[in-house]
Design a protein around this ligand. Structure first.
Ligand SMILES: [Zn+2]
Ligand SMILES: [Zn+2]
Length: 295
């Protein structure tokens, strides 16, 4: 399969001269299997150009898996041109939000109400299906299998494992390493710690065997522990640890903070490489917009 990063920025698009090398579009990953099946993970602003590129092969048939419906993961959907063209087929997959009691269709419909956007969801011309996923479910998309696991974020966030052509790719969406919410001297601390370790083992087992992982590190370790604990994102070392625990050979780090310039990302990467153990099993890189990887 071929994987293309169409958006690697977190929170909000950040165009400008300081972000041209890593890119300013929010989260979107395009996957094409050797058989030509098109799978898209998340609909951040990066999905707009991806949709235009797909118009060269009408009719478009694609499956879009949404990790979660925070704005930076869905804001490009109303601009995904294949949705407007009759004859195209777009299948959406994602979680049901149990707090707001909303499924993907109602969230997309509200995103496209007249006060936000000039075309309503029910005016879209493609054949569209909306599919609610439960953790552990496996979906067959042509020659690929996509399965999902719940990760740690303020809303339900699915990490997706895509298996095709004998290879496996895992994307976390937004993910913070679990944090014990109790102080060490609290009676609940030990039990919660055990729960966290079980959850970590569950995630490690799920992603073990992946050839490549794309993981959220919006922050440096110093930023995270200073005042970002509980914000729902990882830091560089937490992503490396996640990949090492599961013995994954290759890690791309994404969801770059919108304030981060290209030069700052270069400097962060230089530090990471300097501190990266030569004995580590993981090869690390920072994700850049339009990087293509053939697995
Ligand atoms: Zn995000
Ligand atoms: Zn989020």
């Amino acid at each position: 399969m071929e994987i293309t990063f169409h958006g690697v920025r977190g929170s909000i698009p950040s165009p400008g001269p300081d972000t041209v090398r890593y890119g300013g579009n929010t989260t979107c990953v395009g996957i094409r299997t050797d058989a030509g099946d098109v799978i898209i993970l998340d609909g951040g602003s990066g999905i707009r150009q991806h949709g235009l590129d797909l118009l060269s092969e009408l009719p478009v048939h694609c499956s879009i898996f949404i990790t979660h419906t925070h704005w930076d993961h869905i804001q490009g959907l109303p601009f995904f041109t294949p949705l407007f063209i009759p004859g195209n087929k777009v299948d959406f997959y994602g979680a049901f939000d149990p707090v707001y009691m909303k499924d993907l269709k109602s969230i997309l419909s509200q995103q496209m109400e007249y006060c936000y956007f000039p075309v309503r969801e029910n005016e879209l011309k493609a054949d569209i299906s909306y599919n609610t996923l439960r953790e552990g479910q496996k979906i067959q998309v042509g020659s690929a299998t996509v399965s999902c696991i719940l990760l740690n974020h303020p809303v339900l966030n699915f990490g997706y494992l895509v298996e095709a052509d004998g290879k496996r790719f895992f994307f976390t969406g937004d993910n913070e390493p679990p944090v014990n919410i109790y102080p060490e001297d609290d009676e609940n601390y030990a039990e919660y710690q055990e729960l966290m370790q079980e959850r970590e083992k569950h995630v490690t087992n799920f992603i073990r065997g992946a050839d490549l992982i794309l993981a959220d590190a919006q922050y440096t370790e110093a930023e995270y522990f200073k005042d970002k604990v509980g914000w729902g994102h990882g830091y560089y070392q937490s992503c490396i640890a996640m990949a090492e625990r599961a013995e994954i050979p290759r890690l791309f780090i994404t969801h770059h903070d919108p304030t981060r310039t290209d030069d700052q990302l270069d400097a962060i990467f230089a530090d990471l490489q300097r501190d990266h153990s030569p004995d580590s099993s993981v090869e690390i890189a920072l994700a850049r917009e339009l990087t293509k990887i053939k697995l």
